[in-house]
Ligand binder design. Sequence first.
Ligand SMILES: [Zn+2]
Length: 835
Amino acid sequence: MLCLPLFAFSQVGSDTVDLNYYLPTNHTYNSSIPTPQSVIGHEVGEWHITHDKLIQYLQVLSDTSDRISLENRGETFEGRPLFLLTVTSPRNHERIDEIVADRKKLVNGEIEPKEDMPVVIYQGFSIHGNEPSGSNAALAYAYHLAASNEVLADLENTVILFDPSFNPDGLQRFAYWANVHRAHQLNYDPNDREYREVWPGGRTNHYWFDLNRDWLPVQLPESRARIATYHKWLPNVLTDHHEMGTNSTFFFQPGEPTRVHPLTPKINQELTKMIGSYHAKALDKIGSLYYSEENYDDYYYGKGSTFPDLNGTIGILFEQGSSRGHGQESENGLLTFPFTIRNQFTTALSTLEAANGLKSKLMEYQKDYYATLRKEATAHKTSGYVFGTSKDAGSAWHLTEVLKRHGISVMALEEDYRSGKKEFGSGKSYFVPLNQRNPRLVDAIFEERITFTDSLFYDISAWTFPHAFGVSSEKVLKKPSVNMTPVSSLDMPIGSVETKSNYGYLFEWHDYYAPKLLHALTQKGIRVKVAMTPFKLAGRSYDYGTLMIPLQNQENRSDEIYAILSDFTSKHPLEVYSASTGLTEGIDFGSNNFDAVEPISVALLVGTGISSYDAGEIWHLFDQRYNIKVTKLEASRVSSVNLDRYTDIIIPSLGYGPNPLNEAAATKLKQWVREGGTLIGYRNALNWLNSNELLSFNTRQAKVAAAKNLRFDQAENYYGAQVTGGAIFEASIDRSHPINFGYTTDKIALFRNTNLFIEPRSNSFENPLTYTQSPLLSGYISEENLEVLKGSSALSIKSIGRGKVIGFTDNTNFRAFWYGTNRLLMNALFFGDSM
Ligand SMILES: [Zn+2]
C-alpha cells in the first residue's frame, strides 16, 4: 500500500473541513467577499454541492465582486440555468468588448499579439455529474478568484471563462444520492450504499447522454451553450475536470503520445506538456501523486479536451481518483472527498499560473495556428464539400445547423445539382467552402479515415457526419456552378400543403420529420395508409412508403385534418400533396397494397441491466424529435405487468450487471408477440432473444490467431485491437422492404460498435439490410472482424403468431446525431405489421 504524506490528509481523524485546507497559504483574502459556507450553510466538501446551492453562491459572489460578471446562457432539459462567469480584473471588465474584438483580429491576422491583451482560459467542471470534485472545487476556486488580494495581478493578464457545472442535471442527481446516504459518523467502507449509485447514475444529462461526447455534434442544450461561448472567445487553454476509479491518483494531459488525432499539430502536445509541468509542481507541493502520458487519448474531437486542439486552443483533461461519496478506503489509503476537491482546486490554480507564465507562447501559437489555416484555406481556393439529398430536407438541414453552430460558412443550393449517381436537390443541399477560417474543422467533420497508427481508441474511431446524417456528400475541386445563397439563420426550412382536398392527401416518407406527422395523425384517430409499392398520380412519382390520408369516412374531420397538415408543414420541411382522385398509375387508393397504419403505444425497457446510453437515446428521439410518448418500463418488471396496452416494446442494448430479463419475461413477451405485438431489440439483446427463440439466427465468429511470441505487457494491445469501438460501415438495402421505406438510395451507412455478426438467410428477400462486400467506410476495425462482417446481416426478423420480433445488430440512434438511421426504428414501429 502506498502512503501519502501526512499533511495531504490533514482531514483524517476529524470529519470537519475548513476552507483554508484548499486555499494556498501565501494569499490574503478580502473579508467583504462572502465565503461559500456563509451563503450555502455548509463548508466546501462537507456535503456534496447541489446545483441549486452552487448557483446561489455564484450569484451572491457576482453581486459582491467587481471581478465577476455572470450570464445565463440557456437551460438544461430540467430547466436549470447554464451559468457562465467571466472572471477578470475590474479594468479588463471595463474593456471586455475590446478584448473580444482584439482576439478576433489576432486570429484573423489583422494585428500582432499586444502586451495588454489578456490570455483567455476556459475552465469547466464535472461534465460527468457523478465526478463531483470539479464542481465542488469550483466553489472554493470562485471564492479565491473573487477574494484573494494576490490573484488580482494574474487577473490583469487573464480572462477566465468559468463554467462551474458542465452538467447541472447530472450534478444535482448525484448530489442527491451522495447526500441522502451521508452518515454523521462518516463511514469509509467501500461496501456502503453511498458508493453504489442506482441506475442511471449522475454521469449523464437528463436523457442519459454523455455530454463529453457532444462537443462536435452539439445536439444537446448544455453543449450548445458552451460551444457558443467557445467560438465567441476562442480561448488559449480549455480545461475539463473529471474523476476516474477510486484506486487511481490524478491524471493530467498529455495522454498517450501515439493516440493523438493527426489533424492536431505536434506543437499542441508540446505546449500541453509545458502546461503539465505547472500542474506537476503544484501537486508536488501538496504531496499528491499524479501521472500523465498514459491511458487517455486525444483522438475523438467530440471530447472537451480534444475538440479545442482543432481550434488553436490547448485542451486539457484532468482525472481525479474518485471518492464517489464523502470518502472511501482505497489502495492509496483513505481518499476523502475534500482531498479530491483540493487536487482539482490546485490544478485549476496551476492552470491560471501556467497560462500567465506561458502567455506569449500561447498567444503566438494561436496566431500561428490560424495563419497556417489561412494558408491551407487559400490553397483550397474553390474546393469544398457539397452535401445533401434528393428528398430529405430535414436531415440535410440538421447537418447544416451543426456547421453553423461551429461558425462554419455554408451555402444553400438554389438549383438541383448532380454528380455521378449522387443527386443534390435544391432546398435540400449545401456547399461548404474550404476557403474559410478553419478548413481543418470542416475536414474533421466530413472526412473518411481508414488508416491508423494505433489500433486502440478510448472512444469511437469515426464520426464522418454526412454518413451519420444520411446525406450524400462529395469533396469537389470546384464549387458547383449553380446558384447559391449563404445560410444565415438557424431556422429550419418549412414545407406546405398543396391545396385543401375533398378526397385525400399524400406525403412521402423521405423527410426526417415524416414520422412525427404520421404519429400526430394516428394519435388523433385519423386513418392513414402506407403504400407498399411506388405509383404515379397527376404526373408526380410517389415512392415506397408514401402515406395516404383518405377523407372517405373521416370527411367530417376534413377541416381538422387540413389544419393539422397546415400547422405541421408550417414548422417542418415536408410537402403534402392533395389528390382529387384515387385512380393512379400503379396502386389505386382502394388497393390492398395500401396497408393501414395503426396508432402505436410504446414501452421502452429501462433500469438495471439495460444500457442507459442506448435507452436514453431512444427516449430523447421520441420525446424531443417526434413527440412520441413512451413508457419507461423497468425491465425487471416485464414478467409482472400487463403488457396489453402496448403495441411495441423496445429492448435497448443490455448493459453491465445481471440481465434483468429472465425466463418468465421471455415467456410473457412471446405470448404478447403471438397476440400481435412488435418486439424490437438492439445489439447484445439479440443474443438473449435468440437463445429464447424470440429470434432465430446463426452467428459468425472472427478467426483471430492465437497470441504467439507476445509479452505479458502486449496483452492489452492484442485484445484491444479486436474491439470495434465505433466505426461506420456500408450496408445494401432492399428498398421495397418496409424496414427501409424512406431511403432513396440502395446503400446506407450504419454505425457499429459491436462484434455481433449474423449469418444471412438463404432467401434473399429475408435479408433486407446486409453489409456489402467492401463495407468499411470510415474508422477502425480489425482485419479479422472485417472479414466476417462482409455480407453479414444487420437485421433479424421473426414472425411469431400475429406479431413480429425485429432485431438490429447495431445502434441506429447513436448519440442523437445519427439522424440517417433513426428512420429504421420508426419503420419497425409503424410498419412492423406490414413486414
Ligand atoms: Zn469523466
